[in-house]
Ligand binder design. Structure first.
Ligand SMILES: Nc1ncnc2c1ncn2[C@@H]1O[C@H](COP(=O)(O)OP(=O)(O)OP(=O)(O)O)[C@@H](O)[C@H]1O
Ligand SMILES: [Mg+2]
Length: 242
């Protein structure tokens, strides 16, 4: 009832004052904001994919240049050095190819990457007498860890392919990835000649593995597999080992 005694209809009042149902307004604002955020996220994802795609293409270009230079080099030591750089760059290129293909640009599926890397490296090694056995469980890690992790796996796999089976010796390389609570474990084992314990030398490859494992807060253990060599890298999916 108004001061003048007239009865007001509330619907008429809100309509005439231009104020709609506040709940309806809020829903519309939330829907609009959600759509804007979804579009922004889709744009960010597309942009990151584009960056990964370009990085991958540029790495492939560098890799082709190294391959050409390797073919022209006469000195076997120079050839071996170029080959080493080429393999490392290829491993990082494989990471970017995976990141580019993955739905989630923030996470990196280690097992999918290892599968790609193995098919690339085994193809390049052209050793039909080496069987590769895989037992890969899906483990996603932060994309920031992808490149160092990829290099570790690439070095260990390259060692198994290059050193475990000399002079046409046949054998098997096992690559396993399993999740153990908050950690995950990568195992690369071969049944080849084994490490020479008397003169165990640390080349550039194993030095890189040590340094990257420190960076990743990972534990790396090498043992004699009798026959062969087993390397286990264990690292936390998130956070760090104390
Ligand atoms: N799986 C393996 N089986 C047998 N010997 C191995 C294995 N892994 C490593 N080695 C031995 O350890 C040495 C050091 O390996 P490392 O990766 O540090 O250097 P590299 O492979 O010789 O050279 P690069 O710098 O190209 O990696 C190798 O030369 C090899 O003798
Ligand atoms: Mg090596």
């Amino acid at each position: 009832m108004g001061r003048d005694g007239t009865k007001h209809d509330m619907t008429d009042l809100t309509k005439s004052s231009g104020i709609d149902d506040p709940r309806v307004d809020l829903e519309a604002v939330v829907a609009e904001r959600t759509q804007a955020l979804t579009e922004a996220l889709a744009q960010k994802t597309a942009l990151l994919h584009e960056v990964d795609h370009r990085v991958k293409n540029n790495l492939q270009l560098i890799s082709s240049l190294l391959l050409l230079q390797n073919r022209r080099a006469g000195d076997p030591a120079v050839k071996a050095s170029l080959r080493g750089v080429l393999e490392r760059i290829n491993a990082i290129a494989t990471v970017h190819r995976r990141l580019f293909q993955s739905e989630d640009v923030e996470r990196f599926d280690v097992s999918a990457f290892v599968r790609d890397l193995i098919s690339d490296m085994a193809g390049l090694s052209a050793r039909d007498d080496i069987q590769i056995r895989l037992d890969l469980e899906r483990v996603d890690v932060a994309a920031a860890k992808a490149a160092p992790l990829a290099l570790v796996v690439s070095e260990l796999l390259s060692n198994a392919l290059c050193h475990a089976f000399p002079e046409g010796r046949a054998g098997e390389i096992f690559v396993g990835i399993t999740r153990l609570g908050g950690d995950f474990r990568i195992e690369i084992a071969d049944d080849g000649v084994g490490l020479e314990t008397s003169a165990r030398k640390l080349g550039f490859g194993l030095t890189i593995v040590q340094l990257l494992c420190q960076q990743l807060k990972a534990r790396c253990e090498t043992t004699a597999a009798l026959p062969g060599t087993r390397v286990v890298v264990q690292l936390p999916v998130n956070g760090a080992h104390s």
